[in-house]
Design a protein around this ligand. Structure first.
Ligand code: PMP
Length: 341
């Protein structure tokens, strides 16, 4: 007999991801740091959860009907999750994505049968931004809904009802802090709200990359961005519908270099191949662990999100020429290749 239940549908493979103790980060923080393995979802990212909840919510409200179409603007991962969910349920998928995102994500979307539209990366205020383009396309397409992951709170509901409850149960109700970065904000807001329902003393920290405006917003009430980041899928400049009311207690700002250092260490020392948002999250978790200890919490236990697989970034994060072009340090085990050029 197996303790692992047989799932009745591939959609049931979304969520219920493992939680793993990370030894290097735990040593660096002086307390236990755990990562929620969201790369273990069928689409290899945390965004499968939001895609499924958004589709189920639109069905329940009667907006998405058999044979319908879902249109979404995304950095890629939501698109991948959405294409899988829509394939499983018989819907057409149209994905709008900025053309500076990883080639692997675009290739994956095409391979899954999504109709891919790429647009130049622009500011949110530009009417050709991928989010606005996706909304227009949804309006112009018959039987289509706009998933609208940034402002549709079915996104964070996936994390209130799923991710937060899973973390609480996996940690046996003993958790001191949670942190992650925000793209739509669905994960940080949803996990934050869910965990606070279980225990209002759990500290929720936002980990912001450079180039995002949320750190300054939660620190002193002003949306102000400084610097830039190559991390995909995170870095928000506004309070999205999902971020409204998010219970953020404290915040950290993490550089790409710090994030990449953890990506490298987790790969070489622990055998986890991750994307940069995961590295940034782990750096934030180490900072939160240290802060909780400094505040006198004994042996704090901190959880963060391992958002997606590094296999999605072989042509960027794991390509020495790409890293050099971005002025970022090349992973030492790849630098032998670069020595020849
Ligand atoms: N990391 C990656 C790689 C992502 O694609 C996303 C989603 N855009 C996030 C983190 C952030 O998740 P959320 O949208 O829930 O804030």
């Amino acid at each position: 007999m197996t303790a692992i239940p047989v799932r009745q549908s591939p959609l049931d493979l979304i969520g219920n991801t493992p939680l793993v103790r990370l030894s290097g980060p735990s040593e660096a923080a002086g307390c236990d740091i755990y990562g929620k393995c969201e790369f273990a979802n069928p689409g290899a990212s945390v965004k499968d959860r939001a895609a499924l909840f958004i589709v189920r919510d639109a069905e329940a409200r009667g907006e998405l009907k058999p044979g319908g179409c879902v249109v979404e603007g995304t950095a890629g991962n939501t698109g991948i999750g959405m294409a899988l969910v829509c394939n499983a349920l018989g819907y057409r998928t149209i994905i709008v994505m900025p053309d500076n995102q990883s080639r692997e994500k675009m290739d994956t979307l095409r391979a899954l049968g999504a109709e891919l539209v790429t647009v130049p990366p622009t500011k949110y205020s530009d009417c050709n931004h991928f989010v606005h383009t996706s909304r227009r396309l949804a309006e112009e397409t018959q039987n289509a809904i706009w998933a609208n992951q940034f402002d549709n709170t079915a996104n964070r509901k996936a994390h209130i009802e799923g991710t937060a409850r899973e973390i609480w149960e996996q940690m046996d109700g003993r958790i001191d802090g949670f942190t992650c970065a925000a793209g739509t904000g669905g994960t940080i807001a949803g996990v934050g709200m869910g965990l606070k329902e279980f225990d209002e003393d759990v500290i929720i920290a936002l980990t912001d990359p450079h180039g995002a405006a949320l750190y300054s917003y939660y620190a002193d009430g002003e949306l102000k961005a400084e610097g830039s980041s190559v991390a995909e899928g995170i870095g928000q400049g506004r309070i999205t519908g999902n971020l409204e009311g998010a219970p953020i207690d404290t915040q950290f700002r993490i550089s790409d270099e710090e994030g990449l250092e953890w990506v490298a260490r987790l790969l070489r020392e622990e055998g986890l191949c991750l994307g940069l948002s995961s590295g940034i999250n782990v750096a934030g978790a180490v900072a939160l662990g240290k802060q909780l200890r400094a505040q006198g919490r004994a042996a704090p236990r901190v959880v963060t999100i391992l958002c997606d697989t590094g296999f999605r970034y072989l042509s960027s994060l794991y390509d020495p020429a790409w890293l050099k072009a971005k002025g970022l340090p090349v992973f030492p085990w790849l630098s032998a290749e670069t020595a020849q050029d």
